[in-house]
Design a protein around this ligand. Structure first.
Ligand code: ARG
Ligand code: ZN
Length: 467
């Protein structure tokens, strides 16, 4: 697969530009060139993503030295124009660019905040497959989110911790940073010998020459940019497999090895249990990256390789693995629908806890941290479908989201509820979905009129009392 993609790039780089359509100016089929939109207009992050083209593949080749924090990178994007383009944007917050070509031809570019504005010569006709190659070098930045947490490229004492949700990947990767533009990825990373680079997907090769090691990781299933990682540092690596044969690759900071061993040992059980509830695990590999990144303070469901900034609890591991179905394979369409990720992963975590002999999901629902909260608390004064960018990773999408699913399960019964979740995972596999899709599917699977139910649980503020 990687070889085929690489071969494709060589051909594309030398391809001739599309000729203008016949018919002369104003004739039928005459291209009408314009600039692609600088963003996809997400309500929370309007500049994330770009209009006018669709990214198919990222090939990210770089070297990095933790001692100097310098990256030298060449990223090659393969994309298809969806309009006649005389200009387009990429999202990029990374270090200085030394060269940029489109289809092998030098293109002019300028940087404007998080936007990299590219003017291709020749112009690109709608439907044309093209490559953009960007060379850049320097130290990738740490990015601060609306909730003040950090992401992007976070240096650690032995490498870098690389989380990207919701807007961190442009720190090191020019592209279209919105979950609606998924692509496949190849990472080729060269680091000093002794450092391990862990990327998404499968490790294709690891070769050491002259004191430097190159890791090639290939992510062959579509992935949103915020789920990309190339976390690197000193790790203990272990390989195993789930009972159904999915390869597991774990990389654990030796300082966290004893504190995380019991949790890591349960990865196969968790993946099997969720497969029984939600349908087959959606990707061809799984694993975890457990690193010491004390300033980060959260974990992230990076595709096939969730990343943890400290030794994770079993619940956190279950949460990040559940995201592989809900968030990674089935992705949101706009960030305001974050409950489709966090509410689902949190509910899966409750189910795992019950399955593992802990509190029942009903008891967690009822607890003082959940339904037991006072009706006057801010928890109930925030609508689940619009938590805002500052609170998108707060209690409401997580806990109120999980409660909504538990309440729905009670309303429509276990059979319809789990059919709904399996259908959700299967029907939107590798795609994107919205709250409206979920409401529609819940109604059709259950045959019930759930308008009143969703009104109080999803759309309205206030503590639901009857449903
Ligand atoms: N999706 C992650 C999780 O719940 C949390 C990411 C938090 N990111 C942030 N920028 N606050 O597993
Ligand atoms: Zn989560």
């Amino acid at each position: 697969r990687a070889a085929a993609v690489a071969a494709g790039l060589t051909v594309l780089a030398g391809a001739q530009p599309a000729l203008a359509a016949p018919g002369g100016p104003g004739g039928p089929g005459e291209p009408r060139y314009s600039a692609g939109a600088p963003g996809v207009g997400d309500p929370y992050f309007p500049k994330e993503g770009n209009g006018g083209f669709d990214v198919r593949h990222y090939d990210v080749a770089f070297s990095y030295d933790p001692a100097t924090r310098r990256m030298d990178a060449t990223t090659t994007i393969t994309a298809v124009a969806t309009q006649d383009l005389d200009r387009f944007d990429l999202d990029f917050r990374g270090p200085a660019i030394s060269a940029l070509t489109v289809g092998g031809h030098p293109a002019s570019f300028r940087r404007d905040g998080q936007e990299l504005v590219v003017t291709p010569r020749p112009k690109l006709k709608s439907g044309k497959r093209f490559t953009v190659q960007v060379k850049y070098a320097g130290t990738p930045p740490v990015i601060t989110d609306p909730d003040d947490s950090i992401e992007g490229w976070v240096p650690t004492d032995d490498g870098a911790f690389v989380p990207g949700e919701p807007q961190g990947s442009p720190a090191w990767l020019p592209g279209s940073d919105h979950p609606t533009d998924k692509a496949t990825f190849t990472f080729r990373a060269t680091v000093p010998e002794g450092i391990t680079v862990v990327g998404n997907g499968q490790l294709l090769s690891q070769t050491t020459t002259g004191g430097r090691t190159t890791f090639v990781w290939d992510s062959t299933e579509p992935m949103a940019t915020y789920l990309a990682t190339v976390t690197l540092g000193r790790f203990q690596v272990a390989r195993s497999a789930t009972p159904s044969g999915i390869p597991i690759y774990t990389a654990v900071d030796p300082r966290l090895a004893s504190g995380s061993a019991a949790t890591v040992a349960r990865i196969p059980d968790i993946v099997e249990y969720f497969s029984s509830l939600f349908g087959p695990y959606p990707f061809t590999s799984t694993g975890a990256i457990i690193d010491q990144a004390p300033d980060v303070g959260y974990a992230l469901e990076s595709q096939t390789k969730p990343i943890f900034s400290s030794a994770p609890s079993l619940e956190t591991m279950a949460h990040e693995l559940a995201h592989q179905w809900f968030g990674d394979s089935v992705s949101l369409t706009r960030w305001s629908d974050i409950w489709l990720n966090e509410g689902f992963a949190t509910y899966a975590q409750w189910l795992w806890t019950e399955h593992n002999g802990g509190a029942t999901a009903q008891r967690t629902f009822d607890s003082a941290d959940n339904y037991g909260r006072a009706s006057t608390s801010s928890f109930w004064r925030t609508a689940l479908t619009d938590p805002g960018p500052v609170s998108m990773f707060g209690n409401v999408p997580y806990n109120r989201g999980a409660m909504t699913l538990h309440a729905l399960r009670g309303k429509i019964g276990d059979a319809a509820f789990f059919t709904l979740l399996k259908g959700w995972a299967a029907g939107h596999k590798y795609g994107n979905a919205t709250t409206a899709d979920f409401v529609k599917e819940a109604q059709s699977v259950s045959g019930a009129d759930l308008t009143g139910f969703f009104d109080v649980w999803l759309f309205k503020k206030g503590k639901p009392t009857t449903w």
